[in-house]
Design a protein around this ligand. Sequence first.
Ligand code: NZQ
Ligand code: ZN
Length: 383
Amino acid sequence: MNPFTLYNPTKLIFGTGAVSKIAELVPQKARVLLVYGGGSVKKNGSYEQTVKALGKRKVVEFPGIEPNPEYETCLKAVAVIKKHKLDFILALGGGSVIDACKFIAAAALFKGKNPWKILTSYGAEIKAALPIGTVLTIPATGSEMNQNSVISRRATTEKLAFANDLVFPRFSALDPAFTLTLPDRQISNGVVDAFVHVMEQYCTRPSDAPIQDGFSETILRTLVSEGPKALRKKDDLAVRANIMLSATMALNKLICIGVPEDWSTHLIGHEITALYGIDHAQSLAIVLPKLLKYKSSSKGEKIVQLGKNVFGIEPKPKKAAIEKTIGVIAKFFKKMGVGTEFADYNIAGDAAKEVSENIAKHYGAIGENADITPKDVEKILRL
Ligand code: NZQ
Ligand code: ZN
């Protein structure tokens, strides 16, 4: 196991009625920017409960954050903060709204001329940020309990991430009941995204880390068993609660402690979304099975371990176990209704080439061993 520091300051409030607790957590004198997306929050009770919990505080609303939040929209929110002298940001929605709020929080106090530098410096340029709280409505990204954010800039077909401890939410309220209004596509996206988050931190090489491995395998098993149930039975709150907790635990700094991390599926996936506009989880479902196949020699041990402990696949012979495990993962994505091929999304043109060019532009070599070059990315996407 490698040396590590574990830090996560987000207070997590989970379960029925969680939102009422924010009445005590947002400072009484706070001047709040309440940020949400396209309106789903008004159909599941989350908006109503949040406004009630905020009580008499000064609140300015900023709706209209789009999925894959847009840089230009975030800058408009920064202008609203400055105009009304607001000092607290409450995100109400999914990963897109929360990520947007993290960027807005940093950009509002950014001293430089060009806030896009927050992204191009991977958050290193952030020296201060407004406090953020969140009310989550879709289990998927883990953004409610981490310090990451991903912002898109459609004008330049870019989608870049940043991370900084200053943008950890102060608190996040998670009421699984809000997720009962999710359409199938978003239930599936969330389950697949959380599954891939675990894979990025687990499926590298053995690191003598049984606690992290065991925790990761439990999250994966839970997603594999509960995901399809959520699609079958639309009112099962216990299933929704298990998925919600899985997604948060999949990316809150816990399972990555002391182990190598990959993240190449995400970096490639972000470029696919930036170029072709497909959902984040859809992009991951295209990449992951191909990437595992291509890197099956360096990742082989962990793929076999995963096959055995998550899917009950016989570990020997090794080659067959690897193939079977990758096949079962792809089958799981398809069972969740998320296609694993470019053709499933009508993507025309030479995606493999275009994506690999953008990986070259933004990153160079990626993966836990920094040995996936842009050329490799092209080969992976042609599999
Ligand atoms: O905009 P509204 O009307 O609210 O509708 C949203 C949106 O259309 C809808 N939705 C959310 N909660 C709902 C609901 N519909 C019905 N009932 C509810 N309870 O779902 C749609 C998708 O929402 P979005 O926030 O975009 O989904 P998600 O949480 O999957 O976030 C995706 C974004 O997060 C980034 C992705 O790249 C993408 O931009 N990621 C952020 C990460 C992080 N911060 O750590 C890590 C991830 O790997 C990911 O990259
Ligand atoms: Zn993701």
